[in-house]
Design a binder for this molecule. Structure first.
Ligand code: NAD
Ligand code: IPM
Ligand code: MN
Length: 357
């Protein structure tokens, strides 16, 4: 089983090191090869996603990814940003289905941004379409406006678009996932305003005909953002487009205690997958040894489950994570009174130790 390890920038290197530690502690024949990606690759090879890194990723059974990006690129006038690396990987590998499970572990109900009773037992799955929408729609660019409110002014534009097959396949992923859970899908759109999302709603409704055992509900994204903090347990599977999914998953992470708890899996149609935490490179805490590695460690568990056919090993990691939380170990982002503050490496070490026990 070949794993491409792409730590990236900022806390990416710190958290991936802990996930690798955990993977090595399992008794599995895993071949791991690392490569530079993002700003780190930019500095070394002049491109955020060098050919060699892309080749390694394409040939691997699975990819373990950290995060890319740094504030300094906001000021540098470069044709590409480090973020193009993750967008390029998603596009080149066709990773259209992004799973972001928001689970509030029993021990973290007090770390959540919501009252404990609202999040106790919370287990929702956000399924975000990952290779379409305004993220990839063409045309996009800058130009001089010829119409609009200010003809003659500089302007920028992006294109929001979805094709029927793109919506159909992500809707099927969502209905299939819901079948194995609580059989409810909430499709999040902005059908009251956008043509793209009126179409989204129509296509999801069509696909639902094949999944009559699953309940389908449609919700506008603004209401969904509100319902997520009002009554999050009313959701089971949320399916939505690329941009809404990006925003709602960061919001949902705070129900679980921290964005440092939210793993993700991005799959293509042959079940090859890229596994990464849902958060970014966190330049504000990079290099301090305080980042929470659990989202990345839990992403490694998803990798074992989805791409490497190692369900037992996945469960071992998840149980080990629960155990360290039960021991009261907390990185600063999930700290609450009465628990023990630890750093990134200590947390990783504790998970390894819990695996053995
Ligand atoms: P971010 O997710 O990196 O950080 C947001 C906040 O959450 C920060 O305060 C950070 O310290 C905290 N945080 C994030 N992960 C944490 C962890 N594991 N433990 C503890 N705290 C954590 O988002 P941002 O600051 O908006 O973006 C920083 C950079 O990361 C940008 O360049 C952005 O484009 C990039 N980014 C990359 C990815 C990716 O590679 N997939 C995802 C999101 C953001
Ligand atoms: C994420 C990130 C990325 C996204 C960025 C870094 C391109 O925010 O993975 O959630 O917007 O998809
Ligand atoms: Mn995001």
């Amino acid at each position: 089983m070949k794993i491409a390890v792409l730590p990236g920038d900022g806390i990416g290197t710190e958290i991936v090191a802990e996930a690798v530690k955990v993977l090595r502690a399992l008794d599995l024949k895993l071949e791991m090869e690392s490569a530079l990606v993002g700003g780190a690759a930019y500095e070394a090879h002049g491109h955020p996603l060098p050919e060699s890194t892309l080749k390694l990723a394409k040939e691997a059974d699975a990819i373990l990814f950290g995060a890319v990006g740094d504030w300094k690129y906001d000021k540098l006038d470069r044709p590409l940003r480090p973020e193009q690396a993750i967008l390029g990987l998603r596009k080149h590998l066709g990773l259209f289905a992004n799973f972001r499970p928001a689970i509030c572990y029993e021990q973290l109900t007090h770390a959540s941004s919501l009252k404990p009773e609202l999040v106790a037992g919370l287990d929702i799955l956000i399924i975000r379409e990952l290779t379409g929408d305004i993220y990839f729609g063409q045309p996009r660019g800058r130009r001089t406006a010829v119409d609009g409110h200010f003809p003659g002014a500089d302007e920028a534009f992006d294109t929001m678009r979805y094709s029927r097959p793109e919506i159909e396949r992500i809707a099927r992923v969502a209905f299939e996932a819901a079948r194995k859970r609580n059989k409810k899908v909430t499709s999040v759109d902005k059908a009251n305003v956008l043509e793209t999302f009126q179409f989204w709603k129509d296509v999801v409704t069509d696909v639902h005909k094949d999944y009559q055992d699953v309940e389908l509900e449609h919700m506008y994204v603004d209401n969904a953002a509100m319902q997520l903090v009002k009554k999050p347990k009313a959701f089971d599977v949320i399916v939505t487009g690329n941009m809404f999914g990006d925003i709602l998953s960061d919001e949902a992470s705070m129900l679980t205690g921290s964005i440092g708890m939210l793993p993700s899996a991005s799959l293509n149609s042959s079940n090859q997958g890229l596994y990464e935490p849902s958060h970014g490179s966190a330049p504000d805490i990079a290099g301090k040894g305080v980042a929470n590695p659990l989202a990345t460690i839990l992403s490694a568990a998803m990798m074992l489950r989805f791409s490497l056919n190692q369900e037992a090993a996945a469960q071992r990691i998840e149980a080990a994570v629960q155990k360290v939380l039960a021991q009261g170990l907390r990185t600063p982002d999930i700290y609450s009174e009465g628990t023990t503050k630890v750093g990134t490496a200590q947390m990783g070490d504790a998970v390894v130790k819990a695996l053995a026990a």
